[in-house]
Design a protein around this ligand. Structure first.
Ligand code: AMP
Ligand code: MG
Length: 332
């Protein structure tokens, strides 16, 4: 069982060779290493070692039915993990790897069942992060790495978020500052025709379609209910601990109502409109999707730590550049 966690700090762009070596050695020895990628921090284990991978499920409290994304250093390392490497994978890997696109393909016999939750497919990507690539390269093994948080909680975008959730539960936490992307990767299933979007992320459907033609898009779940809570309709995931409500339109009436009830409110708005409600923790979010994504989880972690009664989010526009953000907000 893990008890002491080593926290190793280094620079993301010129990573310390000793930190890379320690992280890689821990992975090769079957240990658990949290490290930054360009999306969020991941909790990694040697994907070829079923015992090591079991440690991820234990540390996170992750249900065994939820498969893991396997991170590799390059396309060659991905190819040996699949039974069949389709032409679309070639085109997409050339265009988007290293980067935040995960491809689901038929797994090869090398991949232990625990990685894929018993299923016949494996999810693969090459992360676009210098330190993550250096660790993968030095480890010389594929690394299964879901987000480095307790199951169903907010994903971590800073090492301190990982520390809060996983200290004493993992062997190493590599701290290389905030992640640039802030949201999880796009997941695309290449075992269906046409390919199917399983999770929207930092690579948009339009960018994918420009390379491989039309894909099947998962409909964005109904988000416009006021308030959003529709138990059973949406999978709860990616959640802050504080109750959260997402609203289409102005949050002023709801925030005013809750404040009059004596509730302490955190309020995410897209831009200042001049309507102010006194005594509320107001966060002005960027009105550009990439900038919004980069700070969303960090803001929610901070509001969680502030011990508020409720978080109100004014939903961004319902246009495709906001697809991934709507998806995550819809499952909080
Ligand atoms: P996380 O690692 O927490 O960002 O979540 C990984 C997600 O990737 C899972 O919840 C699935 O949605 C997706 N995923 C991983 N492996 C597979 C697979 N073999 N088939 C379909 N989806 C997958
Ligand atoms: Mg996750």
């Amino acid at each position: 069982m893990v008890s002491a966690t080593r926290i190793l700090a280094t620079d993301a762009d010129s990573p310390d060779a000793a930190v890379i070596a320690q992280a890689a050695e821990t992975l090769r020895a079957g240990g658990l290493v949290a490290f930054p990628t360009e999306t969020v921090y991941g909790l990694g284990a040697n994907a070829l070692d079923a015992r090591a991978v079991a440690g991820i499920f234990i540390a996170k409290g992750r249900p065994a039915g939820n498969p893991l994304i396997v991170h590799v250093a390059n396309t060659q390392a991905a190819r040996v993990l699949v039974a069949d490497w389709p032409g679309a994978a070639d085109l997409l890997a050339k265009q988007f790897w290293p980067g935040p696109l995960t491809l689901v393909m038929k797994k090869s016999a090398l991949v232990p069942d625990i990685v894929t939750a018993g299923g016949p497919t494996v999810a693969l990507r090459v992360p676009g992060h210098k330190l993550a690539l250096a660790i993968l390269d030095a480890a010389g093994v594929p690394v299964a790495a879901p987000s480095a948080n307790r199951s169903a909680q907010l994903s971590p975008t800073r090492a301190e978020h990982v520390v809060r959730d996983l200290l004493g539960r993992v062997d190493v936490i590599v701290d290389a500052g905030p992640t640039a992307g802030g949201l999880e990767s796009t997941v695309l299933d290449l075992t269906t025709t046409p390919p199917r979007l399983l999770r929207p992320g930092l690579v948009s459907p339009a960018e994918i379609e420009a390379i491989v033609g039309p894909i099947e898009r998962r409909p964005v779940a109904a988000l416009d209910k006021q308030p959003l809570r529709s138990p059973g309709l949406l999978e709860r995931h990616y959640s802050p601990r504080t109750p959260i409500e997402c609203l289409a339109g102005s949050g002023v009436p709801r925030v005013t109502e809750l404040t009059h009830q004596g509730q302490r409110i955190g309020w995410l708005r897209l831009a200042a409109t001049g309507d102010v409600v006194a005594g509320v923790t107001l966060v002005l979010m960027p009105d550009e999707p990439a900038a919004y994504a980069a700070m969303l989880y960090a803001v929610l972690h901070e509001l969680d730590a502030a011990g508020l009664d409720r978080i109100i989010v004014e939903l961004p526009p319902r246009t495709e550049p906001w697809l991934a953000i709507h998806d995550r907000l819809g499952r909080m």
